[in-house]
Ligand binder design. Structure first.
Ligand SMILES: C[S@@+](CC[C@H](N)C(=O)[O-])C[C@H]1O[C@@H](n2cnc3c(N)ncnc32)[C@H](O)[C@@H]1O
Length: 444
């Protein structure tokens, strides 16, 4: 049998040493633990909290451990390193757990994993921390657990105050946000099903027909999810299709569509009289879109594998709406994908911006004269966002269009009037960092 702590440590090693994404590795490990020996809700939640908390406080935890250990954290054996980080997280941030339990469980785990010679070392470090669980005196980079170059970059772009608000917001937990598939269920039927399943719902900011849901063990076991009545989606992502605002019965192309959140939203808005062509690079990716489509029964959605960098001549001038929600550095999502913060490099940002240009250089061609292109990313770097916005405006026949007719007044600004919205965590309520822009191809 695997305990929540052991499972968390294993996932942390997968994330830090093997390049796994924490939300995927965690979901797989939890599902396996539930299947093989019935790990239940409390333990699942505890393991989740340990993985997320340890990852998002990593640099601060390392500073605390390094202050006491002769061997720096980076030189430790992966399993012992993650065990110490995870246990230190509990000692510093989860005061409701008795320190003695944290230390004893860590020593037991070291033993179970056959690190007999390191039991004393683990015990010594953790007992020391338990005697003084104060936060170490560190700079902003360690305090907010962000790479130093990134903190400087943000301070230059957003100023110190806004940067701190944003870095703090990355620690905040939000309930799961879901959107109603309005074309297949009405709100009363949905509420009744939530009541039967014992869920509570609260409207999200900025988007109609969307709620934060609480009270479920696993969303995929609820009636509303199984029947495709709801789509799990972050509020900022919902705003992309809101800004695209397709009319009923139009044709839509989503170039980089997996796992399918925006395609599903667009399909719901245009309804069964319209069409959505949802594409992504590989079969692994398109499978996720197909699963979403089957659940909701959106037969007017077609799913294909295609490389968006390659021009598809058959689609030139064909689409009323083109959604270009492109691969990006994802920095806006580090609130729920904490490891992103340690992986990103300045070179990766440059490469991603170039990839986006390559795709955008084709994307605009598919828009019908009079049609609309929406370019969005889940990041907050000017190279990937504003610079690409101006690149489209200057290098294609498309013209930026104000977003204000589609957004609630609370989101209107100088830039939304120009044609783009940069959402920032902590500044825009309940949102990830996200960028949305809208263009129109002039009628000939
Ligand atoms: C930001 S995600 C899209 C999220 C999606 N729009 C949604 O709302 O669920 C970017 C996607 O681009 C895909 N992608 C990356 N390079 C691509 C390419 N050259 N052609 C098509 N898709 C690509 C990735 O597989 C990934 O699924």
């Amino acid at each position: 049998m695997v305990t929540a702590r052991e499972l968390a440590c294993t996932v942390l090693v997968q994330v830090m040493d093997e390049g796994a994404m924490s939300h995927i590795a965690l979901r797989e490990a939890l599902d396996q633990a539930t299947e093989t020996f019935g790990m239940e809700g409390r333990d699942r939640r505890f393991a989740t909290a340990l993985v997320q908390g340890t990852l998002e406080r990593l640099l601060l935890l390392d500073a605390k451990i390094n202050g006491l250990s002769k061997t720096p954290v980076k030189k430790m054996k992966p399993w012992i390193r993650e065990l110490l980080r995870m246990s230190t997280y509990q000692l510093l941030f989860l005061p409701e757990i008795p320190a003695s339990a944290v230390c004893n469980e860590a020593v037991k785990l070291a033993q179970k994993r056959k690190f007999h010679g390191l039991k004393g070392f683990v015990n010594g470090i953790l007992r020391n921390i338990s005697r003084d669980p104060s936060l170490p005196d560190v700079d902003d980079s360690a305090r907010y657990s962000q790479q130093e170059w990134l903190v400087h970059r943000w301070e230059e772009s957003f100023g110190r105050e806004q940067t701190e608000i944003m870095m703090q917001a990355f620690f905040e937990r939000r309930p799961l946000a879901v959107r109603r598939n309005t074309s297949i269920v009405n709100a009363d039927t949905l509420y009744a099903s939530w009541e039967r399943d014992g869920l509570t719902a609260e409207p999200v900011p900025y988007v109609p027909d969307a709620w934060y849901l609480k009270g479920f063990e696993s969303i995929d076991r609820t009636e509303a999810f199984r029947k495709g009545w709801i789509q799990v989606q972050d509020v900022s992502s919902m705003l992309a299709a809101v800004v695209a605002a397709p009319e009923k019965g139009v044709s839509i192309l989503d170039l980089c569509a997996a796992p399918g959140g925006k395609s599903m939203h667009l399909a719901d808005l245009t309804g069964s009289g319209g069409s959505v062509l949802a594409r992504d690079l590989t079969e692994n990716k398109t499978r996720m879109i197909r699963e979403n489509r089957e659940r909701a029964g959106f037969t007017w959605m077609k799913v294909e594998e295609a490389d968006a960098r390659v021009l598809d001549e058959d689609l030139i001038d064909c689409m009323d709406v083109v959604m270009a929600d492109l691969p990006c550095s994802g920095l806006g999502t580090m609130g729920h994908k904490p490891e992103i913060r340690y992986r990103i490099t300045p070179e990766a940002i440059r490469e991603l911006a170039a990839l986006q240009r390559e795709i955008l250089a084709q994307a605009w061609r598919y828009v019908k004269p009079g049609g609309v292109l929406v370019y969005s990313t889940c990041t907050i770097t000017p190279e990937e966002n504003q610079e690409n916005f101006y690149w489209i405006a200057e290098n294609t026949p498309l013209i930026p269009e104000s977003l204000d007719a589609f957004l609630p007044e609370a989101l209107h600004s100088e830039t939304t009037a120009k044609g783009y919205l940069q959402l920032l965590p902590g500044i825009h309520k309940g949102c990830d960092g996200f960028f949305i822009s809208r263009f129109r191809k002039m009628e000939r």
